[in-house]
Structure formats: structure tokens, C-alpha cells
Design a protein around this ligand. Structure first.
Ligand SMILES: [Zn+2]
Ligand SMILES: [Zn+2]
Length: 245
């Protein structure tokens, strides 16, 4: 099995360090045939803003991506985003008309985001960061988290859910069943490597996977060897992984 693409890389437009060009050159060095520039959506936030300036910035990045795609014929450069879930209704921080312009739409359920409202802040962040951790309402929160990602798949045309289960409690089997139905790949993220047992459970539902580096520095672009190793260990074949041939 050979990895030919990395669809999860960040640049200085959000929380990453390198430029688009540096990520592309690193990808070429790794022998990749495709790379996506998937910066964090505008709601990414901890004490400081971590995402792109605003959703429209993604269209500016797309223009640069198209320029570099022509400049580097040896690799296909794709425009993308790692959008955030920001409301209990399953809304993302990037409107549909912008998502439609991008080559790939990745969605990450991050807790460090600026939610759409106070109600969403309590429902999403407080529940997961406080109550879940101390063991209160765990079943309810797990159900809500899973439902939120399902709502996102109903509301938007997305390609990949990044690091499912990282920071949040989800029902892997239910999520994988719905993702398979919507043709959404679940990511095996090298930076936040999931437990083998969860990937096994998800794989049994027929869902596809994507191996992502989640590189925030150019030197990590294409670094998915740990994800690939797990995929091999549980017997996934290339037809089950969207960036492997
Ligand atoms: Zn992420
Ligand atoms: Zn990421």
C-alpha cells in the first residue's frame, strides 16, 4: 500500500507555521501526488484566534492554491478547510457557498472554538470539557456529540471527519454507519492516533478512511506512517483508504 496524498495540512493562514509553497515542496519531497491545504476554520480559538481570519479568506487561499497548482505540475494541489462544528444544530463555521468552492471539506469536532451562541457554548464545550470529564451525563453527552456530527453530514456535503473521538466521546459504530452512507471518510490522524479497537469497529461498518498527518509544520507533511501501520495491522485494504493506492 502506498500513500499518494495528504489531505490534512495546515499553514500560517491558520495555526500552522509554514507557507503553502513550503507544504507543497515538502509533499513533493515525500513523493506525494496530491496535497490539500486544509487550514482551520475561522472559529478555531483558544485564548487567541487559531483559525483563518474569516471564511472568505478560504477563497483567497484557493486562488493561491490554483496558482501553485499550475506552478508545480508534478503535484495536484487542492483547496480545503478543516471546518468546526459551532452549534447544536450541526452548523459549521464556514457557509455552504464557500465550502462548495473548495476541493475537499474536512470537519473537525474541536472543543476550542468560538461557538455560535452561549447555548451552544454550554451544550458543546461545557458539557464535554467539564461534565464529561467528571463523569456526569456521559451517555447523554456521547449521544449528543454523535448526533451533532450526523447533523453536519445531513447539512453539508463533506469529505472527511478529522480525528473522530479525539477530545470528545462519540459512538464510533453509529458514526461509522452514517459516514459510510454519506460517503464520508473517517480520518486516522497520525497526530492524534486513535486506538486500534475503534478503527476496527468503524471498519466493520464499511466506512472508508483517510490517513492524515495534521501537519502544522512543513516537515511533517506526508508523515502518516503510524496511521498506515495501524491500517495494515487491522487488515484494511487500499480500496478502503481514500489516499492510498
Ligand atoms: Zn483538528
Ligand atoms: Zn488539523
Amino acid at each position: 500500500m502506498e500513500v499518494y496524498a495528504d489531505y490534512h495540512t495546515h499553514t500560517h493562514h491558520s495555526h500552522g507555521q509554514g507557507t503553502i509553497r513550503e507544504n507543497i515542496e515538502a509533499a513533493i519531497e515525500q513523493g506525494l501526488e496530491e496535497i490539500a491545504i486544509a487550514d482551520h476554520g475561522p472559529a478555531s480559538h483558544s485564548l487567541v484566534k487559531l483559525g483563518v481570519e474569516d471564511a472568505v479568506t478560504l477563497l483567497e487561499i484557493k486562488k493561491k492554491v490554483e496558482k501553485y497548482d499550475r506552478l508545480y505540475p508534478e503535484i495536484k494541489v487542492l483547496s480545503a478547510v478543516e471546518a468546526n462544528v459551532v452549534s447544536l444544530e450541526g452548523e459549521l463555521d464556514v457557509p455552504n457557498f464557500i465550502l462548495k468552492e473548495l476541493d475537499k471539506v474536512l470537519v473537525g469536532f474541536h472543543l476550542f472554538v468560538k461557538p455560535a451562541s452561549w447555548r451552544d457554548a454550554v451544550g458543546i464545550i461545557f458539557n464535554n470539557l467539564v461534565l464529561e470529564q467528571v463523569g456526569i451525563k456521559q451517555e447523554e453527552i456521547r449521544y449528543q456529540n454523535t448526533e451533532l456530527l450526523i447533523k453536519v453530514m445531513n447539512n453539508y456535503d463533506i469529505d472527511i471527519i478529522t480525528h473522530p473521538g479525539y477530545q470528545i466521546n462519540i459512538d464510533t459504530v453509529t458514526l461509522a454507519q452514517k459516514a459510510a452512507k454519506h460517503n464520508v471518510a473517517l480520518e486516522i490522524n497520525t497526530k492524534h492516533l486513535p486506538k486500534k479497537e475503534y478503527i476496527k469497529k468503524a471498519a466493520a461498518q464499511g466506512v472508508k478512511f483517510s490517513l492524515g498527518s495534521d501537519a502544522h509544520k512543513p516537515k511533517r507533511v506526508g508523515d502518516v506512517k503510524d496511521s498506515l501501520a495501524i491500517a495494515k495491522q487491522i487488515g484494511l485494504t487500499a480500496d478502503r483508504i481514500i489516499n492510498v493506492k
